[in-house]
Design a protein around this ligand. Structure first.
Ligand code: GLV
Ligand code: MG
Length: 315
């Protein structure tokens, strides 16, 4: 993972056509808000939604969180105007564009070039707007390595379970939940791990998609804890009630965070003053690989605002 990347534990989807939801999103604790122009906006409402999204970005009040807009996919008639209108009107207030239904590197290259043209024409810093590529069908997953390498603007790969389930023909109507009847364990294990490996091979964050059963907080927490354990950085949320459980799932516990800081401090001492490569700490051998693992947890803990418990880490 990139320790310096901005946290994206919870990425809140907000329909770009709903001023009420846009206003409400400002008060929530999501690490990222993305204003949607794609599947949450009806075709006839898309032009007005573009204007509303650009206005909401320009108006500000979003704090330090990552601000993104999901445009329509590159095969639609809407995609180019989504980019042109939103970026021309509000580019300096935009951190990233979420590009859905990416099936090959050409989609990302198209967006990269178009963004570069608008940035130059408007005098914005070139390359400042990032791209989050949604992998949500069989073709996208098959091409995920090439997609992950397609542009230096890429910040994250995002798994899209709803479209992915449809693409594969999974027998389920419950987005993000395990398909009933599947006896092989986690039906999403392969695509999630595949996406994660491609993301990490190119220094990108890995984000899981939505869990649609809003009232099922337990199921959401289980799904989030599982991908967090695998190594993912965050997950989409669709409702204010999903933000807290998802932030929690992607933040290390105080105990794990303390332990990570303790490993880092002890390892620095052993390799520095004692000039040893491996040592015993709290009954476990630690070496250079332990330091790398501890760095991941420590970086996530610091990003989540944790500080070491007094006395847990040698000073
Ligand atoms: C999100 O876009 C999904 O398809 O799950
Ligand atoms: Mg989708």
């Amino acid at each position: 993972m990139q320790p310096a990347a901005r946290p994206r534990r919870s990425c809140l989807a907000v329909p770009g056509s709903s001023p009420r939801f846009i206003a409400k999103a400002q008060g929530l604790d999501a690490d990222e808000v993305f204003l949607d122009l794609e599947d949450a906006v009806a075709p006839a409402a898309k032009p007005a939604a573009r204007r509303a999204v650009a206005q909401a970005l320009r108006d500000g009040g979003w704090g330090g969180r990552v601000m993104a807009v999901r445009i329509n996919d590159v095969t639609t008639a809407w995609a180019y105007r989504d980019v042109v209108d939103v970026v021309e009107q509000a580019g300096p207030h935009l951190d990233a564009i979420v590009l859905p239904k990416v099936t090959g590197p050409g989609h990302v290259v198209w967006l990269d070039l178009l963004l570069g043209q608008i940035e130059q024409a408007k005098g914005y810093p070139v390359g400042a707007i990032g791209i989050e590529a949604q992998i949500e069908d069989a073709r996208g997953l098959a091409a995920v390595d090439a997609i992950a390498a397609a542009s230096p603007r890429l910040a994250a790969l995002v798994f899209g379970p709803a479209d992915f389930m449809a693409s594969l023909g999974m027998r389920s109507l419950d987005i993000g939940a395990q398909p009933a009847g599947y006896a092989g364990g986690d039906a999403f294990h392969y695509p999630l791990l595949r996406l994660l490996v491609a993301a990490r091979a190119h220094g990108l964050q890995a984000i899981d998609g939505p869990y649609a059963a809003i009232a099922d907080t337990e199921g959401l927490a289980r799904a989030a804890a599982s991908v967090a354990a695998l190594g993912f950085d965050g997950k989409w949320v669709l409702h204010p009630g999903q933000v807290g459980p998802v932030n929690e799932a992607f933040s290390p516990s105080q105990q794990d965070y303390d332990r990570a800081e303790r490993i880092l401090a002890a390892y620095a001492h052993y390799t520095g003053e004692d000039q040893r490569g491996a040592a015993l700490l709290d009954g476990q051998m630690i070496d250079e690989a332990s330091r790398k693992l501890a760095l991941v947890t420590a970086a996530r803990g610091r990003a989540a605002g944790l500080t070491p418990t007094r006395g847990a880490v040698p000073g």
